[in-house]
Design a protein around this ligand. Structure first.
Ligand code: NAI
Ligand code: 15L
Length: 268
């Protein structure tokens, strides 16, 4: 039986890809965003800071894929409103409306200060999901909060969540770093479908990338949900390296998982 899924952030980059790809898995989507969703007159328009609107949006769905919020570094106040309060409103709405499954779009930037040194091609020491939180921005910190909130609502209220620490989800890798961190749109849909349907008890964190030859991340927890990535950023390596060159060994993209986010100064 098809599930009805609330997709927040439906007008964004990942939301646009998922609203095209998820229906093929049999999911019926209820779209929501602050911004208008192109070609979707029925999409719900509200701010995640509005608790009542969030609750109305969640009413009657089987699960939520929570992509909405600020997806880059910003002022602490703006991150607090959209990502911290917004995600709290989402979980409160799920609790009050009896929704039992959430897929939370976390980020590599929750652990962005994790050092990469020692991880080379063929090295088995891939970064796992048990690595400690090391946010590289207020943005990354809001994802640590979201994962913590997911754990609280799992332990206290029995709402199951899969938090996907997404690497870089774009149609194609845009930089040499993304040859390691890329999550193709099709693999993103595969992973979100697995996260929606796999038997899960409690809160599970998975890394979200494709089967990249240059991966820094361990995909075992995602594969345990049934995720079988089909793409590899290496298919774009020649063109990406021709444009951007190889990673500088001492450059920030080779030193930390979060790359340049570790050097971003937030707007104040
Ligand atoms: P995006 O910025 O393109 O989309 C985010 C959407 O959220 C936008 O359409 C925006 O209008 C909406 N939004 C922002 N504030 C809102 C508010 N207060 N109320 C309601 N809606 C609001 O981001 P993208 O790339 O599509 O990412 C989706 C999610 O995945 C985000 O949570 C992001 O942090 C996460 N993610 C994305 C990665 C990527 O490579 N694209 C990597 C890691 C995590
Ligand atoms: C993210 O969390 C951002 O939302 C996305 O825009 C990319 O910057 C991505 O991480 C990345 O690290 O490439």
């Amino acid at each position: 039986m098809p599930q009805t899924i609330l997709l927040t952030g439906a007008a964004g980059g990942v939301g646009t890809m998922l609203r095209e790809l998820l229906p093929a898995y049999g999911h019926r989507l209820r779209l929501a965003d602050l911004a208008p969703v192109p070609d979707a007159p029925d999409a719900l328009a509200f701010d995640l800071r509005d608790a009542d609107a969030v609750r109305a949006a969640v009413r009657g769905v089987d699960a939520v894929v929570h992509l909405g919020g600020i997806s880059l570094e910003d002022t602490f106040a703006r991150i607090l409103g959209a990502n911290v309060e917004g995600t709290y409103h989402l979980y409160e709405a799920a609790r009050l409306e009896g929704v039992r499954r959430v897929v939370f779009a976390s980020s590599n930037h929750a652990v962005g200060f994790t050092p990469l040194h020692g991880l080379g091609p063929g090295d088995r020491g891939l970064i796992g999901t048990g690595t400690p939180p090391r946010p590289d921005t207020y943005y990354g910190l809001s994802k640590v909060f979201g994962e913590g909130l997911a754990q609280l609502y799992a332990d206290k209220y029995g709402i199951d969540t899969v938090s996907i620490r997404i690497g870089s989800c774009f149609p194609k890798p845009r930089s040499t770093r993304m040859l390691s961190t890329w999550l193709s749109p099709a693999d993103c849909a595969r992973l979100v479908h697995a996260a929606l349907t796999a038997p899960v008890e409690g809160h599970v964190v998975v890394n979200g990338i494709s089967a990249n030859t240059r991966a820094w991340w361990d995909l075992a927890p995602a594969r345990a949900l049934g995720y079988e990535p089909q793409d590899d950023a290496e298919a774009y390596a020649a063109e990406v390296i021709a444009e951007h060159g190889e990673l500088e060994p001492d450059g920030v993209d080779a030193r930390f998982l979060g790359g340049a986010f570790t050097e971003i100064e937030p707007p104040r």
